[in-house]
Structure formats: structure tokens, C-alpha cells
Design a protein around this ligand. Structure first.
Ligand SMILES: *Cc1c(COP(=O)(O)O)cnc(C)c1O
Length: 454
């Protein structure tokens, strides 16, 4: 390939046909989820009311590779393989010797990486006779991905959307409805969890934790219904590894290996998806990238949270999972990166952080949007608010290279476009974006509600 390329593409025939499971390659497995009543590790049967068995088995699988079903590959091919972009014009603008690569997931129907797991989740549910899926959505990215995926396999889809974004992002809701989903604002009066929150705070803006409780409660009550989660769980990160597997092939085509890999982390799925195949290469001694998570300064679960067993949701309906948490009752400030407003972090990413295999940093939203504008004005693409964090971290790294003269190869995931997030850009351009202080007291209050295990 000549050396002036701007993107690296794969042929459809080169698309990977297996997902990669990082767990068997780790020095120790992550601690198991616990039943909140017995505090014993949960078994597959405990999860059966919520998930189809195929996904439960993937959640605990000891296999390094899992075949992607043909019916899933067929749907993946609607947009995959996704392009790997080389941000030459941004590099020039930054006057850096670094090379910046971005794996672009905004080309999917829903505009983010979320369909990579929504599609197999819908597929396995349909295979096991489930006819209806419930879920929560924050910014609307996950809800729209699942609405698209359920439409592919003829399932019903019901989505609890966090009230604040339900009101602020009417177009995401319309998108879900176009694909046939039903959307409720959360908290809603349709569930006990929702009614309890509304009783205490009638004008609650909602949170991901509350919306999860509502969707889980609905799924647990009906035999034909299961629940789907768009991040955090092992099987979700597994499905996202198609991102990193493709990126490995694409970088190989241009003879590069990453020195630094950065990714934004809400629940950890786009980060895990990009980084795990590279972590495999690193653990095998074939490359040695620094791998770094980037999180919002106002919801810094890795850099400031505690590594504890906590609930995944506000209503305490989920198993206890060991993760970096700010407390399940923590409601983050309303930053625009709705997908990064989660109190916890994937247990697997948390475990890697504890093992010292990944690093983390946090960044305020004004720095993120400043970097996003630099990116949009040079490279053209308008990033979703979440990956503005990844871009800001890549810019930081590239500017450090400018100082040191190092020609590092920086790889990140541009995990979604921001065409439905223009309200955030409008605020930024008007100088109205707030950088929230670290919410010390709110976190202390929420941490006091985290169960203390003997
Ligand atoms: C959901 C979402 C995120 C956050 O979730 P992760 O599991 O951390 O990837 C980040 N970016 C976009 C575009 C999203 O839709």
C-alpha cells in the first residue's frame, strides 16, 4: 500500500469470523458475580430469567474463540468491516510526528459500535424462542441498536429511556420507533422500581441505573421476555472484539503496530472490543502498546471509584458484581456523553485495571469538545460526545509526542458519530458547556449505600 492512504479497508471476505475471549489468557480470572441473598457465586440458572442460555454460557466461557453464527455475519456485513481511518490532516494541524489511527464504528445503522452486540443478542434470543426484549437506554445509542437488531430477527423491543435524554433527544426515540420499538421515559409508572423513584422525586431526570431496574423487572415477570444489556457484561465485550480483530488486520496491512491505545469507557465495551485483541498480542509478547481508558471527570469510576462488590442498577435487582464503582445510587451530573454516565465499570475492565494491564485517565467535557472540533474541522467527521473523550486523549498523547519528538502510533476507537447530538455542540459553541467539579460528597453518599460484604 502506498504511504499516503487516509483509510485502511478490509474486503468483506476478510472479516473475522470469531470473537475473542480474553479471560483464558489472563493470569487470574475476574471474581464471579454473587447472588445478593446468599452471597454465593451465581450459576447459569440464576441468570436464566434474564438471558438466553447461549449468552449465559458465553458470559462464563473458558474458550479463547467463539464462532460468530452465519446469520449474525450476514447482518454484520450490512456495514462491516468498518474502516480504519488515518487522521493525517489532524496530525498536520497538531504538528505532531505521531500517527493517529481511528477505528470508525459510526458507519453502523445506529451510528455506533452497539449493533456489534445487539445483533448477536437478538439472534440468540430468537433462537431460543424469546419473542420480546426489554432494555434501558441513556443517550439512545443502545436502544436504537437493539431496535435495529430485533427488527432483523422479528422480535418485539421495549426500551426504557432515561428521562433527561427522552426529553432532550426526541430523534433517537423516533429512530427506535422507526425500527419498531416501544419507548418509555424512565422513571415510568409501569414498574415498581420506577414508581418508587417517582414517589420520592416526581421530576427525577432518571439515570441508567434506574432504567436498568425497570427493564430487568419487566423481563423477570414474563416468560416470553428477556433482557438485553448494551455494555458491562463479559458477553457484550466479547461481541465487540470484532472491532479489535479487524483493526489488527488493518494495521498489519500498513505495517504498523500501536504504541498507545486509548478508548472511552462508559461500561467498557467499545474499549474492551478494541483493546482485548491487542492485549492478547501484548501478553504473547508480539507487541507492547500502553492501553489506556478515558472517562469523564464527573463520572470517574476507574480513577476515583472503589473496587467493590456492588449492584449494577439503582433498584438492586441485579447480581452483585465486583467492579470499580461510584455507588449504585450515584446519579452523575448531566454531561452530554450520556453513554459514559454509568456508576460502575465492566468487571472485566475493572479486573484488568487491578492487574495493572490497563491504565486510566479522566478528562472534562470542554477539553473533549475542543478536541472534537479540531477533529471535525480537519477530518470532517462529527464524533458522538462519548468518543470526544477518546479523541481528547489521543490529542493529549500526540501533543506529548510533539514535545518529545517521538513518532508514536496512536490507536483509538471513534465509536460513534454525533449527528443526533448536535444540541451538545450547540451548547459548546455558545460557550455554555459546564465542567462539573469532582462530585466528592455525592459519591461519598452513594458509596455509603454499597453493601459491605463479610
Ligand atoms: C454506549 C456508548 C458508549 C459507552 O459504552 P461503552 O460500553 O463504554 O462503549 C460510548 N460511545 C458510544 C458512541 C456509545 O453509544
Amino acid at each position: 500500500m502506498s504511504d499516503d492512504y487516509s483509510k485502511v479497508l478490509l474486503d468483506e471476505s476478510e472479516m473475522p469470523t470469531q470473537w475473542y475471549n480474553v479471560i483464558p489468557d489472563l493470569p487470574a480470572p475476574p471474581p464471579p458475580p454473587l447472588h445478593p441473598g446468599t452471597l454465593e457465586p451465581i450459576g447459569p440458572d440464576d441468570l436464566a430469567p434474564l438471558f438466553p442460555m447461549a449468552l449465559i454460557l458465553q458470559e462464563v466461557s473458558g474458550d479463547s474463540y467463539i464462532d460468530i453464527p452465519g446469520e449474525v455475519l450476514d447482518v454484520y456485513r450490512l456495514w462491516r468491516p468498518s474502516p480504519l481511518l488515518r487522521a493525517r490532516r489532524l496530525e498536520q494541524e497538531l504538528d505532531t510526528p505521531a500517527k493517529i489511527f481511528l477505528k470508525y464504528e459510526g458507519v453502523s445503522p445506529a451510528g455506533s459500535h452497539k449493533p456489534n452486540t445487539a445483533v448477536p443478542q437478538a439472534y440468540y434470543n430468537a433462537q431460543e424462542g424469546v419473542t420480546r426484549l426489554t432494555t434501558e437506554t441513556g443517550a439512545g445509542q443502545w436502544g436504537s441498536a437493539l431496535a435495529f437488531a430485533t427488527a432483523q430477527y422479528g422480535l418485539e423491543c421495549e426500551v426504557w429511556q432515561v428521562r433527561a435524554s427522552y426529553d432532550q433527544k426526541p430523534y433517537r426515540r423516533t429512530m427506535m420507533e422507526v425500527w419498531g420499538a416501544r419507548v418509555h421515559p424512565s422513571p415510568s409508572d409501569l414498574t415498581e422500581s420506577g414508581r418508587a423513584v417517582l414517589a420520592a422525586e416526581p421530576s427525577s431526570p432518571g439515570s441508567l441505573g434506574i432504567a436498568i431496574s425497570e427493564a430487568v423487572e419487566q423481563a423477570a415477570q414474563r416468560e416470553d421476555t428477556r433482557y438485553a444489556l448494551g455494555s458491562v457484561l463479559n458477553h457484550v465485550l466479547l461481541h465487540q472484539t470484532i472491532i479489535g480483530e479487524e483493526a489488527l488486520l488493518q494495521l498489519a496491512k500498513v505495517g504498523e503496530t500501536p504504541d498507545v491505545l486509548v478508548g472511552c469507557t462508559g461500561g467498557g465495551s467499545n474499549f474492551g472490543g478494541l483493546s482485548f485483541p491487542f492485549l492478547r498480542e501484548k501478553l504473547a509478547g508480539r507487541m507492547d502498546p500502553v492501553i489506556r481508558c478515558v472517562e469523564p471527570a464527573s463520572c470517574p469510576s476507574l480513577t476515583r471509584g472503589e473496587y467493590r462488590y456492588d449492584f449494577g442498577d439503582t433498584g438492586q435487582l441485579t447480581p452483585l458484581v465486583k467492579m470499580h464503582t461510584l455507588g449504585h445510587s450515584f446519579i452523575p451530573d448531566p454531561i452530554h456523553a450520556g453513554g459514559l454516565r454509568y456508576h460502575g465499570m465492566s468487571p472485566l475492565v475493572s479486573h484488568l485495571y487491578e492487574l495493572g494491564l490497563v491504565e486510566a485517565e479522566s478528562i472534562h467535557q470542554n477539553e473533549c469538545f475542543a478536541a472534537a472540533l479540531r477533529f471535525a474541522r480537519t477530518e470532517g467527521i462529527l464524533p458522538a460526545p462519548e468518543p470526544t473523550h477518546a479523541i481528547a486523549a489521543a490529542v493529549r498523547e500526540a501533543l506529548r509526542c510533539k514535545e518529545s519528538g517521538e513518532e508514536k502510533v496512536i490507536l483509538t476507537a471513534l465509536c460513534g458519530h454525533g449527528h443526533l447530538d448536535l444540541a451538545a455542540y450547540e451548547k459548546y459553541l455558545a460557550g455554555e458547556l459546564v465542567d462539573y467539579d469532582y462530585p466528592e460528597e455525592k459519591i461519598a453518599e452513594a458509596m455509603a449505600n454499597v453493601p459491605v460484604l463479610a
